[in-house]
Design a protein around this ligand. Structure first.
Ligand SMILES: *Cc1c(COP(=O)(O)O)cnc(C)c1O
Length: 320
């Protein structure tokens, strides 16, 4: 067990999508509601931040620095976590300062974070000089990487698999496939590690969101986290025995944050059938991908399929 700083409401609900399942009679569809983790409109970063914020406090830090896009859900949840933990929060956000703040950016500001606009650099390229500046000022800064995706952050979804397992046991239910939005890799790494540790049989299907490839590919990031995590925590399983991460790249071509008819139709479908909101950047794209795969008929008939809702709701309110 790894110590954590409580930030969210857990377990998040697990529900059957009754109406939608009747539209896909070959499958039973379920949803895990991490849009309801509870931290300033929720989302998957809350689980990671519980471990990262604990570490920051334990190391005696008084300030957190992280980075992301202007509509970053990670940055918004980090701002909320810092408010609760009494830490100063600096966010390095890509792009130029907009005339009007909206969505996640507006919430991050309301939460009291200090926002710095970094132009083209939305993945933390400017983080080192910022850390240096803060140290010179006498602060003790703690760096949270892009998306909170490192070995410590992976504890969030490692433990989330245990949470899901307990819920499934109570319902006497087995899941065959999990679909979710994958981007910086920490969620997928945690799910893969949890699957091994808690001996689950489901297939973990990450729908890729951000087609931009930096020097280090998403797959490599995931496997690095898996390796480090199993090493640090003396896990019995090793990467060799590991299933390869499944990263579905068929839906990322418009590019990060570009909203197309695909995302819009997915948002409309789940809203109109189940009264559940998706976001246009992550969960909307991933949900579209899952529905497209269901329609293709490639998954075994009778499969139980879980959509892991990773949040992102404030992006619906983005306006320029
Ligand atoms: C960050 C994020 C993801 C992707 O999670 P990673 O751990 O970065 O791969 C998915 N959905 C939403 C809403 C997010 O904010």
């Amino acid at each position: 067990m790894q110590n954590k700083f409580n930030l969210g409401f857990f377990p998040t609900p697990l529900e059957k999508l009754e109406n939608l399942s009747s539209q896909f009679p070959d499958y039973n569809l379920f949803i895990k509601r991490d849009d309801h983790t509870g931290l300033a409109t929720g989302g998957n970063k809350t689980r990671k931040l519980e471990y990262l914020i604990f570490d920051a406090l334990e190391k005696g830090c008084d300030t957190v620095v992280t980075c992301g896009a202007q509509q970053s859900n990670h940055c918004r949840q980090t701002a909320a976590a810092c408010a609760k933990a009494g830490l100063e929060c600096h966010l390095l956000l890509g792009g130029q300062k907009p005339v009007k703040y909206s969505g996640n950016l507006l919430i991050s500001k309301i939460l009291g974070s200090k926002i710095h606009f970094t132009g083209e650099n939305r993945k933390g390229e400017d983080i080192d000089p910022m850390m240096e500046r803060l140290r010179k000022k006498g602060s003790i800064p703690y760096l949270i990487p892009y998306g909170g995706s490192n070995t410590l952050g992976a504890w969030g979804y490692f433990e989330a698999v245990k949470e899901l397992k307990d819920q499934l046991n109570k319902l006497n239910l087995e899941i065959d496939h999990i679909f979710f939005a994958t981007s910086s890799g920490g969620t997928q790494a945690g799910l893969l590690l949890g699957k091994e540790e808690f001996e689950m049989d489901f297939t973990i299907n990450g729908i890729n969101i951000d087609k931009a490839e930096t020097e280090i590919t998403l797959e490599k990031t995931i496997l690095n986290i898996v390796d480090e995590f199993s090493h640090e925590n003396n896990c019995a399983f090793k990467r060799k025995t590991f299933e390869h991460p499944i990263i579905i790249r068929d839906y990322d071509h418009p590019g990060y944050g570009v909203v197309t008819e695909n995302e819009k139709s997915a948002i409309k479908l789940l809203a109109e059938t189940e009264g559940i909101l998706l976001d246009p950047v992550y969960s909307g794209r991933a949900f579209f991908g899952m529905i497209d795969i269901l329609k293709s008929g490639t998954l075994k008939k009778g499969s139980n399929i879980l959509f892991w809702h990773t949040g992102g709701i404030p992006a619906i309110f983005e306006s320029t």
